[in-house]
Design a protein around this ligand. Structure first.
Ligand SMILES: Nc1ncnc2c1ncn2[C@@H]1O[C@H](COP(=O)(O)OP(=O)(O)OP(=O)(O)O)[C@@H](O)[C@H]1O
Ligand SMILES: [Mg+2]
Length: 416
């Protein structure tokens, strides 16, 4: 492989990063509405933001960009929570990242440097030293900072065995009441704010709720087209529309489909990303998907004899759910009828839906409600997109097989 080709392929990886959050403003697409909302909250006294949404919609990327956009006027830190964090360890992380000028540290806080190395900025954690982190100490330290913005990502990961949410809420309330220039931005996977922030009644007035939905078609289009100029490529219009459709609003799949199809075009030494490149990219995207998605789908659609598990799951991925992501069994009938080309009575697929909710079938769906009012939902929203990708891949594979047979039945080896 020549050096120029290799360089272009490396660039593909810099622009499209399916497994890595965006860290550069130029590579960030859409989300204008949510950005405006967060930026308008920061100057509001005593107000904080809670950003919530499904897994993989782009919350961490969003919080990275908010950090960059606010850094000019505020001291900003971004921390990620983990499952063994306590309120204290979370604040230890926060204070380890905040710094105050050496002058302030030595004069105002009476900080005694332990080393002779002259530092311009001293981390707050050095000033706190061995002192125990308490609400009182947090409230004492925050005023030394300049309009601090504290972004707490992956808040859904804290576990109540270690993390005292009540204590955290009380702290948010105290910060709101006594330190009006401090802004907290709490980010996490959640269907609604109350599952993310329990005990939230007392601070409801102080919280602005910002829902992060899946990305719309124009936002996804922006991600795709962002690669054209720097990579010197052009996507076929049909490819752009297909990537938008198969992303199902999840930027992870957009990045993966773009990265694979652009790399194929570059390797082919053409500047046009064609439908053929895209078809192979779909297959690669499925193969590179997270094991939990691949396993879940495999177990859900496993069948020893002719069965309609695949079709029922695909139909479930096609129906328009309610605002909480739920659909009813009867919604599937028209979709299944279209797929199978014959009327499909509810009784012929109701058991399939039930099985999708149990572990033996990968538990890809979850159900709520009583016997006659049952509603279903994809447990992992990314699975919905993965099911659609598989359906398209099956279609492409079938077309390829047919073309091979027509060409004389000789097995055609995959080009890549
Ligand atoms: N606004 C955006 N523009 C371009 N790409 C994006 C954007 N938002 C997210 N992405 C891409 O989508 C993928 C998922 O993003 P990210 O990790 O930020 O999601 P998340 O919601 O934090 O996921 P999780 O729920 O797993 O924490 C990454 O590949 C990221 O680069
Ligand atoms: Mg994240």
């Amino acid at each position: 492989m020549d050096a120029e080709l290799q360089l272009r392929l490396v660039k593909v990886g810099e622009i499209y990063s399916p497994s890595f959050p965006i860290e550069i403003v130029q590579l960030f697409s859409g989300r204008m509405e949510q950005i405006k909302k967060v930026l308008s909250i920061i100057p509001e006294k005593g107000k904080h933001a809670v950003v919530y949404g499904d897994r993989g919609v782009g919350k961490t990327s969003f919080s990275n960009i908010i950090k960059i956009l606010t850094e000019a006027h505020s001291q900003v830190v971004r921390v990620s929570c983990n499952s063994i964090d306590s309120v204290e360890s979370l604040w230890e992380n926060i204070f380890a990242q905040f710094t105050i000028p050496y002058e302030v540290a030595t004069t105002t806080v009476s900080f005694k440097p332990t080393t002779s190395v002259l530092q311009n900025e001293i981390p707050l954690s050095d000033i706190i030293g061995q002192k125990k982190i308490t609400v009182k100490l947090i409230l004492e330290m925050l005023p030394y900072l300049n309009r601090p913005v504290i972004i707490i990502d992956e808040f859904d990961r804290v576990d109540s065995s270690y993390f005292n949410k009540k204590l955290f809420t009380d702290l948010v309330k105290s910060i709101s009441d006594s330190l009006p220039t401090v802004t907290l931005i709490i980010v996490g996977v959640s269907e609604d704010v109350s599952t993310l922030i329990q005990e939230h009644e007392s601070i409801e007035r102080n919280l602005s709720q910002i829902y992060m939905p899946t990305m719309d078609a124009e936002e996804i289009r922006e991600i795709i087209l962002k690669g054209e100029e720097p990579l010197g490529i052009k996507y076929n219009l049909t490819v752009v529309e297909d990537i938008i459709r198969l992303s199902s609003g999840f930027p992870h799949f957009t990045h993966s489909l773009c990265s694979n199809s652009a790399s194929l075009a570059i390797t082919d030494r053409t500047n046009i990303v064609s439908d053929e490149h895209f078809k192979i990219a779909v297959n690669q995207t499925i193969n590179n998907a997270h094991e939990s998605l691949k396993n879940g789908y495999r177990i859900a659609t496993l069948a020893t004899k002719a069965n309609i598990f695949k079709e029922v799951l695909f139909a479930a991925s096609q129906v328009t759910p309610d605002e909480y992501g739920y659909f009813q069994a009867t919604d599937l009938s028209p979709v299944l009828e279209k797929i199978l080309g014959k009327p499909v009575p509810l009784q012929s697929y109701l058991t399939h839906l039930g099985k999708f909710c149990v572990l033996e079938r990968g538990e890809v769906l979850k159900a709520v409600g009583g016997k006659n009012r049952k509603k279903y939902k994809f447990k992992n929203p990314l699975m919905k997109a993965f099911v659609r990708l598989n359906r398209t891949n099956d279609k492409y594979r079938a077309e390829l097989e047919k073309a091979t047979l027509t060409a004389g039945g000789l097995p055609v080896e995959d080009k890549y």
